[in-house]
Design a protein around this ligand. Structure first.
Ligand code: RB5
Length: 152
């Protein structure tokens, strides 16, 4: 369970692992500010400047941290596609590239998505933050969906 209220009730900090390449640097910073204001604890794994860098490196770091901690991750690149391809190479990662709120909700309910991928050059800040909020606050339904995930 990752709902912020649940964590606060238990006296825990909900930790979100986040990373981007240069193509997602600005949107990543907007997301960090937004989530900090909501009370989330953020682990920012880079990049730390708009200088050109390689998205597979950042995706690997975020994927490993998600697998090691069990916390959820957010990855941003120019399109959201590169980071999703790279993150999904890791066993146990279910990275979802979302450009709308319906998909963000459904990928939590049915796929138990553990990394959200966004494209700074595709999705505007307002919509991106709505996608983040819905993705973080939607529960996995389990049941028949768990069986299907176990088949992957
Ligand atoms: C960087 O120019 C761009 O290729 C990258 O951010 C991403 O969109 C790749 O899929």
């Amino acid at each position: 369970m990752l709902q912020l209220a649940y964590y606060k009730e238990k006296g825990l900090m909900a930790n979100i692992i986040i990373g981007s390449d240069h193509g997602g640097f600005r949107l990543k910073n907007e997301i960090i500010e937004h989530l900090k204001q909501l009370g989330y604890d953020i682990s920012d794994l880079g990049c730390y400047s708009p200088e050109s860098c390689d998205y597979p490196v950042i995706a690997k770091q975020v994927a490993n941290e998600v697998l090691n901690t069990g916390n959820k991750g957010i990855l941003v690149c120019g399109t959201g596609i590169g980071v999703s391809i790279a993150a999904n190479r890791f066993d146990g990662i279910r990275a979802s590239h979302c450009t709308d709120t319906f998909t963000a909700r459904m990928t939590r309910m049915h796929n138990d998505s553990n990394i959200l991928c966004l494209g700074e050059r595709i999705t505007g800040i307002g919509l991106a933050l709505d996608i983040v909020d819905i993705w973080l606050n939607t529960e996995f339904e389990g049941g028949r969906h768990k069986k299907r995930i176990d088949m992957i």
